[in-house]
Design a protein around this ligand. Structure first.
Ligand SMILES: Nc1ncnc2c1ncn2[C@@H]1O[C@H](COP(=O)(O)OP(=O)(O)O)[C@@H](O)[C@H]1O
Ligand SMILES: [Mg+2]
Length: 354
């Protein structure tokens, strides 16, 4: 029996226990097996790109030709290099469905670009300055006040985000950075005090909120990242928050988005959007199967023959209706119950090509 759906997942590193993002890739492999999808995990850096005007398929990986896939899922996150984007664009041009698209991956890898797009759409963000060290502390104080949040432009997992409580802290940080680091680009950002150590991660897939969790730091720190020891519990977003998350994903053209939302005194503020969100904490908190939801939703979006159950369709429609206020807000428990899928019967699989 032939393969119904061929998928590639792009990941730059080896799948070792010391690579934090590898666990998510392994989860994708498990879900692909259950749904009878052929999934090749490939390193974009090992493609040879031959660009010409001839029509026809071309993919050379580690010196071998690969079949055309139906879908590519890039999971290089903030490590997405120019080369990776070039590889993605090569296959996009050749008509392969890519979720998320290279343009969307590129715009959210840069935290400032994300905020620029969202500000352009009049969505609420913390006021942010692009700067280098040494910085104009007077400007920072005047525009943002202290405490102030300092972020690396392309950080992830909470590394590269610090809180400077005072001008003194800010000066200390500047003194600590060596020449090359100080000259790199930073964001100085308004500190959203009401959200200290607490935020909401909303997972939006194909324009629908499929899960959300509240994250809380456990050490009194202001960062709530699960990877820094924060804990997560299921959270039912208000319609306003759900709508905001969907708008963010839409503005950033993300098919798969992990959106971090901060609580402010009088509403919400978008912290950031991730195109390859970590989801170990979310799966644990909300008892969902994220890769399965991704495969099913992308199958539906791109017209791929991924098998899906009626229960899943029902759950997704219910979530969508709830978001637009037609019926009551669903409980996460209800959503999860509806989304639980019957495991696929084992079928014979073809040998992968690479
Ligand atoms: N402006 C801010 N005000 C208050 N807390 C913030 C602010 N920006 C970030 N945080 C906290 O720090 C965490 C990490 O910041 P984030 O920008 O999401 O970086 P990363 O990409 O490393 O996760 C957030 O989840 C949030 O808890
Ligand atoms: Mg984050």
């Amino acid at each position: 029996m032939g393969i119904a759906v061929r998928c590639w997942l792009f990941f730059n590193r080896d799948l070792g226990p010391d690579v934090p993002e590898a666990a998510e890739v392994v989860r994708f492999q498990e879900a692909a097996r259950a749904l009878d999808i052929e999934l090749l995990v490939l390193k974009p850096s090992e493609f040879d790109l031959v660009v010409d005007s001839k029509h026809g398929w071309s993919a050379i990986y580690q010196g071998r030709e690969l079949y055309k896939p139906d879908l590519i899922i890039p999971r290089c996150g903030s490590e997405t290099s120019y080369f990776t984007l070039a590889v993605l664009r090569h296959f996009e041009r050749q008509g392969v469905a890519i979720a998320n698209s290279p343009a969307a991956v590129e715009s959210v890898a840069d935290k400032l670009h994300t905020l620029q797009v969202l500000a352009g759409a009049k969505l609420p963000i913390p006021k942010t300055i692009l700067g280098k060290f040494p910085a104009d502390v007077d400007l920072v104080e005047r525009e943002l006040g202290f405490p102030v949040v300092v972020k690396k432009l392309r950080g992830t997992r909470g590394a590269g985000v610090v809180l400077c409580n005072s001008r003194g802290d800010f000066d200390d940080l500047a003194a600590l950075l060596d020449g090359a680091t100080a000259a790199s680009d930073f964001l100085f950002q308004q500190y959203i005090k009401a959200s200290h150590g607490r935020d909401v991660r909303v997972l939006v897939i194909d324009g629908r909120v499929v899960a959300a969790m509240e994250r809380q730091s456990n050490d009194g720190g202001f960062k709530s990242n699960i990877s820094l020891g924060g804990s997560g519990k299921p959270f039912v977003p208000t319609p306003e928050m759900a709508e905001l998350a969907v708008q963010v994903a839409r503005e950033l053209k993300l098919d798969i988005a992990g959106i971090d939302i901060l609580f402010d005194k009088d509403g919400y503020r978008i912290c950031e959007a991730n195109s390859a969100p970590g989801f170990q904490g979310l799966e644990k908190a909300c008892a969902i199967d994220v890769p399965e939801l991704v495969f099913l939703a992308m199958g539906r979006k791109f017209g791929l023959p991924v098998r899906h159950s009626e229960r899943w369709e029902k759950a997704i429609d219910k979530a969508a209706r709830a978001m637009f206020g037609a019926i009551k807000t669903p409980t996460v428990e209800g959503l999860v119950e509806d989304m639980a899928l019957v495991p696929a019967p084992a079928r014979k699989r073809r040998k992968p090509l690479a």
